[in-house]
Write a protein of this length. Sequence first.
Length: 367
Amino acid sequence: MSGSGKKSVWSELLVPVVAVLVGLVIGAVFMAATGASPLVAYEALLRGCFGSPVNISETIVYTTPLIFTGLSIAIAYRAGLFNIGAEGQMIVGMVAAAIVGAGGAGLPRVIHLPLTVLSGAAAGAIWAAVPGYLKAKLGVHEVVNSIMMNYIALFFSHYLVNGPIKDPGIATPYSAEIADSAKLLRFVGDFHSAFRLNTGILIAVAAAVLVFYILYRTTTGYEIRAVGANPDAARYAGINVPRAMAVSMLLAGAMAGLAGAVQVCAIQYKFLDLFVFEGFGFDGIAVALVAKGNPLGVIGAAALFGALSRGSQMMQGMAHVPKEVAGIVQAAIILLVAAEGLVEGWLRIPGIGARARRAVAARKEDA
C-alpha cells in the first residue's frame, strides 16, 4: 500500500476519535456551566459502564442491538439508501421471534433456537422489502416509505399483543413467554439471572464480520457499493441497479430483524407492548454515521453509544448531572463526524487542501 493510502486509512480512524474527544470536552463545558464537576461526572460515567461485572454486562447488553441496527443502516448506506426504517424492522423481528419461540415449544433446541432467531431476521427482511421494492422499481423515496413502515409496525404490534398473541393468563399486554429451547444462553447463571450478558453479543459480532465479508469480498457487495457510489456509472457497467438496491434493503432489514430476535431470545423472553419506539433503530443511524459505514467500525461505535447510554444513568445518580448531557455528547460527536472536513482541517491531514481545491474546481465546472 502506498503512503497516501496509509494516510487515508489513518484519517478514517482519526476523525471519529477526535470527534469523540471533542464531544467529551463539549459535554464537560455544559457540566461546568451547571455547576457540576466534569471529572466527577465522567468518573461516574465510567463506573456506570465498567465499575463492576454487572455494569460491564449491562453495557454490552445495551451495545448488542446497536450493532445490529448500525449494520442495518450501514448496508443501506453503502447502496446510497437511507434506511430509517430499522426501528420498525426490529419490532417485527421481535414479534416474529416471540410467536415462533412460544409456538415451537417441544422442538429440539438445535432446531428451535436457530428457527426463532432466523424468523426475526426474515420478518425484518420482508418488512424492509416494501420500501426497497418501491425505491427500486418505482423510484419512491425510501425515507418516506420506511418512516411509514415504522408506524405500521408499531401499531400492528400493539394490536397483536393486545389480541391474537396476548398471553391469556395475565392482564398486562404481553405475549406468552418463549420456550427455554428458544432462549439464548447467558454467560453466568440461568435464563433469569441478573447478570444478563448473553451469547447475543457473539451473534452480533459474527454478523458484523459477515456483512464486512459480503460488502468487500463478494460480487454482490461490489455491486451494492458501486450503486451507492454512482448508480448511473454502475448501470452503464452492466450492474442491475434495482436489484442491488433491493438486495441491500433485504440485508439491512434482516440485520434489524436480528436485533429484535436477540432482544426476545436473550433479554425479554416475550414481546412487550410498545407505546413508543424504543429508539435502537434510530440510534443505529448515529452508530453507522460514526462508523462511517464500515461494518467492523460499527462494533466500536455501538460500544461507545452503549457505554454512554448505560453510564449516563450512574452519572445522574452519583454526580447529579442530568443524563441528557450524555445526549449532548452524542450529538456533538455525530455533528463532528458529519463535518468531516472541519476535523480534518484541525488535524491538518495531508491531502485535505488538495481535495477541497478539487471539489471547488468541480463545482465551478458544473456551473
